[in-house]
Design a protein around this ligand. Structure first.
Ligand SMILES: [Zn+2]
Length: 403
């Protein structure tokens, strides 16, 4: 096998040559923003680029029309390392989460490693994961086996800070429908069963429940339906809730308590409750220390310093589900100041402007060189796998569920 320093130099030269292609991909996806699940042209742009780089591509994987798996093989055997792309935008805001940069970075970093893969044993993959902002494409793809058999999964996300150790909350969204009975709310309210009463009771019960659950648990809800006219006892009330917890095990407990509270609210009013899942549950993100360490040293070489203190504010990531299957990282690279947070218009501008371009260049370098070391440096993936086993066992493997 050629020396790692030689391979590194080759990948660096490849990235220099691909710089314009990277910017063109990022710019085109940013300018032609498409919503979750409808990222047809964005996916096609990435697929065409990868095919031209010699990747063989399968589209529509996991029965998601805008998902794809692109692969380029080296010599027989060896590990399989995947770079994950996102490319969906937000309604009314365009690329306010900077997924144009994620898509371009994964494809171009994959292409750069792909240009030396014939000198190595193993395979480099670029996996197109759509609809991150809605259903969580990776959560769906995880249940359909797309990430099985990989040795590492890497992606980056633009942000307002540089950070390699990511944590995220486990999450599941539910809809509760209370079924009551309509009656004249003034003349004969006793003949009705007030479904809205049941829903209000559930909201109040959750306030009490909070005190018995770990402090990071969140259960925000909204009323979707609560009756039509004040003089009719509402026979139907609908609420939607998103449950969040530190890990999947705690989330299952929260969900049990939530279901019990909905049942009690129904019994107290005489209504009937029915619950349904609104999405694939998200598992918490387990950042792989070895892979994160490699990414961090690549960032340091590029003059970037990471924030390593624990995150105080967290959301949920569909990458969490991938991290339960394969050693994974989801590092952040700053492209905007703290006062321009994700999902703001200012962040969308940054993702399409000069700071986004700088972040893209850094992301490509850090991703490609981390992937190269995973493929070519002895012992990296063995260590990553050992840590993964410990991390997952420590939390009792969170089985990605179905809605
Ligand atoms: Zn995002």
């Amino acid at each position: 096998m050629p020396a790692l320093t030689d391979l590194r130099a080759r990948v660096e030269r490849a990235m220099d040559r691909l710089e314009q292609a990277a910017e063109a991909l990022s710019r085109a996806i940013h300018a032609d923003s498409e919503l979750s699940g409808q990222e047809v042209r964005s996916a096609r742009r990435l697929v065409r680029f990868l095919e031209a780089e010699g990747f063989s591509v399968r589209t529509g994987v996991a029965r998601l029309p805008t998902a794809f798996v692109a692969r380029k093989r080296g010599r027989r055997g060896g590990p399989r390392v995947a770079l994950l792309a996102e490319y969906d935008a937000l309604p009314g805001l365009g690329h306010a989460c900077g997924h144009n940069l994620i898509g371009a970075a994964a494809a171009v970093a994959g292409a750069a490693v792909g240009r030396v893969i014939d000198r190595l044993a193993g395979e480099i993959l670029v996996i197109g994961t759509p609809a991150e902002e809605t259903i969580g494409g990776k959560a769906v793809m995880a249940t359909r086996g797309v990430f099985d058999g990989l040795d590492a999964a890497l992606m980056f996300h633009p942000s307002t800070e540089d950070r390699v150790h990511t944590t995220s909350l486990a999450c599941h969204s539910l809809e509760v429908v209370f079924h009551g009975r309509a009656a004249h709310a003034v003349a004969a309210p006793e003949q009705g069963i007030n479904a809205l009463d049941a829903l209000i009771r559930l909201f109040l019960a959750l306030e009490h429940l909070k005190h018995r659950l770990p402090p990071e648990v969140r259960m925000p809800g909204v009323v979707i339906e609560g009756g039509r006219r004040a003089n009719i006892v509402p026979d139907r009330a609908v609420g939607r809730f998103t449950l969040r917890a530190r890990d999947s095990q705690t989330l299952r407990r929260v969900e049990r308590e939530f279901r019990r509270a909905a049942g009690q609210a129904a019994r107290a009013t005489g209504a009937r409750a029915s619950l349904r899942s609104l999405d694939y549950p998200y598992a918490e993100m387990i950042s792989n220390p070895t892979l994160a360490g490699l990414f961090k040293s690549e960032l340091a070489r590029l003059g970037r310093t990471t924030v390593d203190t624990p995150r105080t504010r967290m959301g949920s990531l569909d990458m969490g589900n991938v991290s339960q299957i394969v050693p994974s990282i989801h590092p952040y690279i700053a492209i905007a100041p703290v006062r321009s947070p994700l999902h703001s218009r200012a962040f969308a501008r940054a993702a399409g402007g000069p700071r986004g371009r700088v972040g893209l260049g850094i992301a490509i370098r850090a991703l490609a060189l981390t992937a190269l070391q995973a493929l070519a440096a002895g012992g990296v993936l063995e260590q990553a796998r050992r840590e993964w086993r410990k991390g997952v066992a420590g939390r009792r493997r969170a089985k990605p569920g179905r809605p």
